[in-house]
Design a protein around this ligand. Structure first.
Ligand code: SF4
Ligand code: SF4
Length: 171
């Protein structure tokens, strides 16, 4: 059964998608000086009311990109060769050459607890997701635009960013 977090997100998204995408698109052309003063509170407020263990939608419907270092670290952790690890679970994206999961949900997600079975050695992409504090913010607007479709935390974070910035700026 979908969590409350996920189901309320899915209900809200169709009503807000257009305005949040339009807000993020503005970062292609506009610069907000000192954006950290908006990012930090929006990030803190979002995580204060978001429990990822009641969601795990990123692990269920998206795939991380596995770097060479990820492949090496995770396969060693599992006692496998890198090629055996690749052959068992990964494939190469034909558009960009990224090494990605072949199946969703991710093979390392425990579907009963929503916990990651390789948490300590998980891909860097997973550890950094959903990239709220990555800089410069404007370089990640396309990532947030994509993640709004799947991630309740991103939806909340961008909603807050929009409210805070539009309080101070007309743009
Ligand atoms: S990062 Fe987003 S999609 Fe992933 S579990 Fe947390 S709220 Fe859900
Ligand atoms: S490796 Fe772990 S954190 Fe990353 S997608 Fe799989 S279950 Fe989620």
């Amino acid at each position: 059964m979908a969590s409350n977090l996920l189901s309320s997100f899915k209900r809200a998204l169709p009503h807000k998608r257009k305005e949040l995408r339009a807000f993020l698109k503005k970062f292609d052309k506009k610069f907000i000086p000192g954006i950290k003063k908006y990012v930090d509170p929006a990030d803190a407020e979002t995580w204060a009311e978001t429990d990822c263990l009641s969601c795990a939608n990123c692990c269920k419907v998206m795939t991380p990109t596995f770097t060479k270092a990820d492949l090496k670290r995770i396969s060693a952790h599992l006692g496998m060769t890198e090629s055996a690890f690749y052959d068992r679970w990964l494939e190469t994206d034909k558009d960009n050459g990224d090494k990605v999961n072949r199946i969703q949900p991710c093979q390392f997600l425990d579907l009963k607890t929503n916990m990651c079975n390789i948490y300590e050695v998980r891909p860097e992409d997973c550890a950094k997701f959903p990239h709220f504090k990555r800089t410069p913010f404007a370089d990640f607007n396309h990532i947030h635009t994509q993640n709004i479709e799947y991630c309740p935390a991103t939806f909340k974070f961008i909603t807050r960013m929009k409210e805070k910035i539009e309080r101070d700026y007309e743009w």
